[in-house]
Design a binder for this molecule. Structure first.
Ligand code: NAP
Length: 475
């Protein structure tokens, strides 16, 4: 059942399957071939859905599902260095960040095991109205059905974990389609599920061109829930194409942070410098827009810019590297074009803004107009903007001035100000005195507006992946 070092098969109905066609996976850093995966066509996707539907006809009891999830967590912990190297090789993620991702995936499985063990319904207080007197009612939480999971390139292990772990906890079989740029971490995880004793059909992994296999996965009626993480453009289009299914969307952001005059500026500068550039800004909650109260603006920059300039740019495999490549040269060129657009409209590059070899240096841009792409679209690159504000009302309006609403942050020592900001920012999560890039896997995580329509984190995803059925007993 094991895959070879460089060639990886699909997992369908418990079998590792070749298709005769391969998808090459290249390092975003030096374009080296890091692996090849069997390429699925429509037939393989249909077989994967058949297998998932068939598996669910024989439900696995909660203790077995929880046991498997716990075993995957153990195996992943034992092999976390291999997982980190796989992430780093295919995504170009610096090893420091790849190790954090691998550790988080362990915790995602551990928490999903807890959810599997405690999945339960409620007792309904039937005598709360005269109509219910003499009756007892309870609710059951039942798996929604086959889940199609579609994952992005930027957290190729933990965002796959955030789909398959809660689905298995909920009792749903999964057909997973990982991003074509980064399928190796997903297949590595599938080998661990296999080793942990997951029976055939409960997890199926199909890799391939979304243009060729996306429609069949989305439109097959046996798929009851689509769990999608990726760009807003693709996510909302999938939802339009599947109006009768549950389509859970985790999408992008243009993450703002407000730094008030009374903030601990040393701490804010350190946290924001680390979290605007980690994985070259390719996190959906990478710090992108920093608004600083005017009286603190220069002191903040004095602390912030040297920290940005000290970040080490280079090969993601090197232990010292903080910032590596973007996923593709076209993404790098897009970010450079957005910098030019902002400059033409009066913005100033305070540091970076140019290439060092093939890599884009960490870039800080001051005074980009609020409607420049850098200010309102998702940059997904090693770049943040800075601007001074005069009143908190102005700062809130600037921070909310985007179609996105995933996470945002505020730095202040004034608890009333912090709570006002937390209430008035239109985002799914607000961090206080922490960069909004912070996420722990027990948190509810998800957005409003164009950033999505659901919450992930095993406890919340399990709710989404189960249906509530009421059972009424006449006593
Ligand atoms: P993407 O281009 O939207 O792709 C995401 C996934 O969708 C990939 O597996 C892709 O497959 C697939 N896909 C694309 N077109 C499809 C179609 N027509 N039908 C079915 N599947 C389709 O996103 P990405 O560039 O990989 O990831 C970056 C984006 O993800 C950013 O916007 C980021 O903010 C967002 N993100 C959000 C969260 C969150 O939790 N909110 C977390 C991480 C990332 P192929 O690779 O084969 O095209």
């Amino acid at each position: 059942m094991a895959t070879t070092a460089t060639e990886h098969k699909l997992l369908i109905d418990g079998e590792w399957v070749e298709t005769g066609e391969w998808l090459d996976v290249h390092s975003p850093y030096d374009a080296d071939l890091v692996g090849r995966v069997a390429k699925a066509g429509v037939d393989e996707v249909r077989r994967a859905i058949d297998a998932a539907e068939h598996a669910m006809r024989k439900p696995l009891p909660a203790h077995e599902r929880a046991g498997i999830l716990d075993r995957v967590a153990e195996l992943l912990e034992q092999r976390s260095e291999e997982a980190a190297r796989t992430i780093s090789g295919e995504a170009g993620k610096p090893m420091k960040a790849a190790r954090v991702e691998a550790a988080r995936a362990v915790s995602t499985f551990t928490m999903a095991a807890v959810e599997a063990r405690k999945l339960a319904g409620d007792v309904v207080p039937m005598d709360a109205s005269p109509a219910g007197v003499g009756k007892l009612a309870l609710t059951l939480r039942l798996p929604v059905g086959v889940v199609a999971a579609i994952s992005p390139f930027n957290f190729p292990l933990n965002l796959v974990a955030h789909k398959i772990a809660p689905a298995l906890a909920a009792g749903c079989a999964v057909v997973l389609k990982p991003a074509s740029q980064t399928p190796l971490s997903a297949l590595f995880l599938a080998t661990l599920e296999d080793e942990a004793g997951l029976p055939a059909g409960w997890l199926n992994v199909v890799c391939g061109s979304s243009g060729e296999i996306g429609d069949v996965l989305i439109e097959d009626e046996r798929v009851r829930l689509i769990s999608f993480t990726g760009s807003a453009a693709v996510g909302w289009r999938i939802r339009e194409r599947a109006p009768r299914k549950r389509v859970n969307l985790e999408l992008g952001n243009a993450t703002p942070v407000i730094v008030a005059e009374d903030a601990d500026l040393d701490d804010a500068a350190a946290r924001l410098a680390a979290n605007a550039f980690s994985f070259a800004g390719q996190s959906c909650i990478s710090v992108q827009r920093i608004y600083v109260e005017r009286t603190a603006y220069e002191p903040f920059l004095e602390r912030f810019l040297p920290k940005v300039e000290a970040l080490v740019l280079g090969d993601p495999a090197d232990e010292d590297t903080d910032v590596g490549p973007l996923i593709s040269s076209s993404d790098r060129d897009r970010v450079l074009a957005w910098i030019e657009e902002a400059k033409e409209r009066g913005a100033t590059v305070l540091t970076g803004g140019a290439l060092e070899g093939d890599l884009l240096r960490p870039t800080v841009v001051a005074d980009a107009p609020p409607d420049a792409k850098l200010s309102c679209e998702e940059v997904f690159g090693p770049l943040c903007t800075v601007a001074a504000y005069d009143s908190l009302d102005d700062a809130l309006a600037l921070a909310n001035g985007t179609r996105f609403g995933l996470q945002a942050g505020v730095f202040t020592r004034d608890v009333r100000r912090a709570l006002r900001v937390a209430q008035e920012l239109e985002f799914g999560g607000v961090t206080v005195n922490e960069a909004p890039t912070f996420r722990a896997d027990q948190m509810p995580y998800g957005g409003v507006k164009d950033s999505g329509n659901t919450r992930e984190g095993p406890a919340y995803a399990v709710r989404e992946m189960t249906d509530e059925r009421v059972v009424v007993l006449q006593l």
